[in-house]
Design a protein around this ligand. Structure first.
Ligand code: GCU
Length: 137
């Protein structure tokens, strides 16, 4: 199935701000997580049928400190994912995890687990990712 891109700026944001001051994002901007534990972005994604698929987060982290986040799928913790430094804030990378989705609407929440908050989050792609800048978490 074709991959679907969900822009973070259109998702549900708790303790984060939509910004556009660092080039290279897709859509109209990205989410700058507030630098606190617990800030999150939650996407609602539809699956035509129950499936295990790739969740690919596109992000930038202009610091040299990892900004790990806990990923929850439909309210169930999936795993922690590393969002390490990418170089400048204008350098975007993608990281992929596998997750099981149910038929219909699914929620995918990415919650910061350190006081630095999350990275700048551009998008979540559901389905097989593409492009040279992604890696498997
Ligand atoms: C800088 C940067 C922001 C980023 C923030 C952070 O202020 O311009 O885009 O979100 O650092 O450390 O989270």
């Amino acid at each position: 199935e074709a991959a679907t891109v969900h822009e973070a700026e259109n998702a549900t944001i708790s303790q984060g701000v939509v910004e556009s001051d660092h080039a290279g994002y897709t859509g109209t901007g990205f989410v700058n997580y507030v630098n606190v534990v617990g800030s999150y972005v939650e996407f609602t994604v539809d699956a035509a049928a129950a499936e295990t698929t790739a969740l690919t987060f596109r992000f930038a982290n202009g610091t040299t400190t990892d900004r790990p986040m806990d990923i929850m799928v439909n309210g169930t913790p999936l795993r922690s994912v590393s969002f390490p430094g990418t170089g400048p804030w204008t350098s975007w990378r993608q990281t992929t995890v596998e997750a099981a989705l149910t038929a219909g609407a699914n929620t995918i929440r990415a919650t910061a687990t350190t006081a630095n908050g999350g990275p700048n989050l551009d998008s979540l792609t559901v389905g097989t990712p593409s492009g040279p800048d992604w890696s498997v978490a």
